[in-house]
Design a protein around this ligand. Structure first.
Ligand SMILES: *Cc1c(COP(=O)(O)O)cnc(C)c1O
Length: 392
């Protein structure tokens, strides 16, 4: 089976992890800060806080921006459920902004209308979480302009977009947001097995993220309510969590980061190959990022409708092609339906969902594998052709 995504681990990665395993620190040592500094530098952000997952990073990003009970957070319905769950962890309510049905990215038009209506009804969100689906940045300049005019803060869920660019600058520099989140899950661009990162340019947000990552405990005397009792002394000044990344993970992440450019280069090349191999097939191919360079985490093609999508998906799986669907609209999940959402709420997201298949895409995919995918897709389409009458 050719998987839809997979990690690439080389000898340098293995050596880095073994070296750390034999060092004095398995956690809370030098590797995590070293990884944070390296990611911040690569993304031209001032600060980065490593965590045990992007889900944890999203949760703390919401808390650091003051999200709490009674607040409202909006995100995209076309994302992994973690993009919405983070608001609920804080006791806040969640809402969704519909996406463009061809790209799956947050629609600026839908956001414009929803903000205007919310302003009128006095229910503006505190935070908006746009999602850079497939590694394509959302239209952040427009989203930022809109949010700034209504006083809405922004967390970019860039779980797919490590190494991507927007307007010639690295995603993660937070030029158009308060905080940016990366994921290092094995299917993502670089991996730490499990892991995530929050980047920001504001020192107060940075301190808050660090504090909440480790139990709300501080060793900085200037943050304490009374003079330190001695070198052992710490104070818990907030209710935090244990969301720390281990040294082993950070060592792996640092080693992977050395190959980030190479990984992105391969994904861009593989995209160009798919565009050629699939050019004559009756499927809609993904467009390039609007104003930048995608990380091409996913290569999403679109079929005619849900019936054809199901048939083609089944044929590809049967042919040993590990296709997938990104994503089932979050608002249609039973947990979210129980909170009042229903099918029909976000037509753009539902249309996108009904047509999509993610083809295999990863940093080591070979030309032969892509050829195999293309051949299988061609065959599947021939076997499941829409009869002209079905389109009338
Ligand atoms: C993978 C992913 C997450 C969660 O990442 P973890 O590191 O697995 O917690 C969140 N949002 C999006 C868009 C993702 O793809």
């Amino acid at each position: 089976m050719i998987p839809y995504g997979r990690q690439h681990i080389d000898d340098a990665d293995i050596a880095a992890v073994i070296e750390t395993l034999q060092s004095d620190f398995l956690t809370q040592g030098p590797k995590v800060p070293e990884f944070e500094v390296a990611i911040a530098a690569a993304c031209q952000a001032k600060y980065a806080v490593a965590m045990n997952s992007a889900t944890s990073a999203l949760h703390l990003a919401c808390l650091a921006l003051g999200v709490g009970a009674g607040d409202l957070v909006w995100t995209s319905p076309i994302s992994f459920v973690a993009s919405a769950n983070c608001a609920l962890y804080c006791g806040a309510n969640i809402g969704f902004v519909d996406v463009d049905a061809t790209t799956g990215l947050m629609s600026v038009e839908a956001l414009t209308n929803k903000l205007a209506s919310a302003a009128l009804h006095g229910n503006l969100p505190k935070v908006l979480i746009p999602v850079h689906l497939a590694g394509h940045s959302c239209d952040m300049a427009a989203i930022h302009r809109l949010c700034a005019s209504y006083g809405v803060k922004i967390i970019e869920d860039a779980s797919h977009a490590v190494g991507a660019c927007y307007q010639d600058q690295p995603v993660g520099n937070c030029r158009f947001s308060d905080i940016t989140i990366f994921s290092f899950h094995p299917v993502k661009i670089i991996t730490t097995a499990e892991g995530g990162m929050a980047l920001c340019n504001d020192i107060a947000l940075y301190s808050q993220l660090q504090l909440l990552r480790s139990h709300g405990i501080t060793r900085n005397e200037q943050d304490m309510s009374e003079p330190s009792h001695g070198p052992w002394y710490y104070q818990q000044i907030d209710l935090g969590f244990n969301y720390r990344m281990t040294e082993l993970q950070a060592a792996l992440g640092l080693s992977q980061l050395d190959r980030l450019r190479q990984f992105i280069h391969h994904r861009i090349k593989a995209t160009e190959i798919y565009q050629q191999l699939l050019a004559d097939l009756a499927v809609e191919l993904p467009a390039d990022a609007i104003d930048g360079i995608s990380a091409w985490h996913l290569y999403i093609v679109r079929l005619e409708n849900s019936k054809q999508r199901l048939a083609v998906f089944q044929a590809l799986r049967a042919a040993g092609i590990g296709v997938n669907v990104h994503y089932i609209p979050i608002h249609t999940q039973p947990y979210y339906q129980a909170r009042g959402f229903q099918w029909g709420d976000f037509p753009g997201a539902e249309k996108f969902y009904s047509q999509i298949i993610s083809l295999p895409m990863y940093a080591t995919i070979t030309l032969e594998q892509q050829q195999q995918v293309a051949d299988a897709l061609k065959l599947a389409l021939q076997q499941n052709q829409q009869s002209p009458a079905a389109n009338v």
